[in-house]
Design a binder for this molecule. Sequence first.
Ligand SMILES: *Cc1c(COP(=O)(O)O)cnc(C)c1O
Length: 462
Amino acid sequence: MKYISTRGQIRGISFKDAVMMGLADDGGLLLPEEIPSLTHGDLAALEMLDYQELAFQIISRFATDIPSVDLKNLIDRSYATFTHPEVTPVVKKDGLYILELFHGPTLAFKDVALQFLGNLFEYLLAERGEKMNIIGATSGDTGSAAIYGVRGKQNINIFILHPHQKVSPVQELQMTTVTDPNVFNVAIRGTFDDGQQIVKDIFGDLAFKSRYALGAVNSINFARILAQVVYYFYAYTRVHRQTGCKQVEFSVPTGNFGDIFAGYIAMRMGLPIRRLILATNENNILSRFVQKGDYSIDAVKATLSPSMDIQLASNFERYLYYLHNGDTAMITKEMETFRQTGKLSFSAESVARVSEDFLTCTVDTDQTIETIRKFHAETGYILDPHTAVGVSAGQRVGSNDCPVICLATAHPAKFTEAVNRAIGQDPKRPASLDKLEQRERRCELLDADIGVIRTFIEKNAL
Ligand SMILES: *Cc1c(COP(=O)(O)O)cnc(C)c1O
């Protein structure tokens, strides 16, 4: 399997090279040159497999340059850190299916991809005799999942900037209690945007970037998408085994369009998904796109589901590649237009094509709280605010003649404030958060100044 950039200037590169490149060198995003398709027989065979075996069947079709034994080993190690034997179990509640993606070390679905990516980086760096210094800014979830993905790994150091005292207490502790020598937590005296700008500027200094072999872990890496394709298949096989259904729908709480794009790949591979439900909070640029072809940037609003408070959906360009039938010249032009004007518009024909694959729904703060409250009253099950956005959308626009599977993207114990507001009690803390407050911490408090951060990286980089 070879990989191509959405902007067309990179073609024919291997999976391994695509993983190491991250963002394509022409500024686009990497995709497989063709999407492998599964027959009915293939699908039936998947039903017999456990999560790790199924992951191998899916990932090996894309990572054709990694020997099977090595790939199996990477997958087994990546999911050994999950506390549930099924890795991503499906539970049925109130007529809906909940796909629990939060049994990883940081209790959010990003672990599914970042545990795999951490192991994959370590494997590829060892093979190449190279080192990597990962740098990222976080508002909470991605940073801790990335830290847990690479803690203790060989030839990788990671520097994660978070805004001092502006992430939730649980999120801060999850990051700063990781004291492995290759992990550098930096609290900056500033905002998330300051951190992101510093990281951007550091990556923009190409000499510095190559001298310190800087790497990124944001959702532009195709390996992250790939690891997420797996659980769409896994959930389908479990629900199909129980119900014999011909099709399913998935409701996906969406921010950067990474998770739902993995569902789109699964659909193109032949998984019988009738429609993908794109659920957003008030930051609904993607909802407006699906509804009326209006993709125009708005100011970011803070909501109860902060990991979805995003306007620039970095994976959207990948979907455009398929919507425009692989016309890379057109995508290059469109992305330039978007950069200049902050908006894109689409023909009625394109909007019609989008609606064949997607339904959408915007869920506001009151509806999110009400969904958590009602779901708990009726089933005893506690939803986190991100999952509640997906559940509410699934209940409102999902079909009633086929199973609707809602992706549960975070454990409610990560977002106690919203949960408490809805049901007047805190969710039970899972074991991984036990005695979090008492653990040893390591974190550097620095000014939000690029010079200061660069000096810190120079001092501690591999
Ligand atoms: C990142 C995140 C999302 C959004 O996923 P995207 O891939 O960015 O669309 C939803 N819920 C939680 C809890 C997240 O951490």
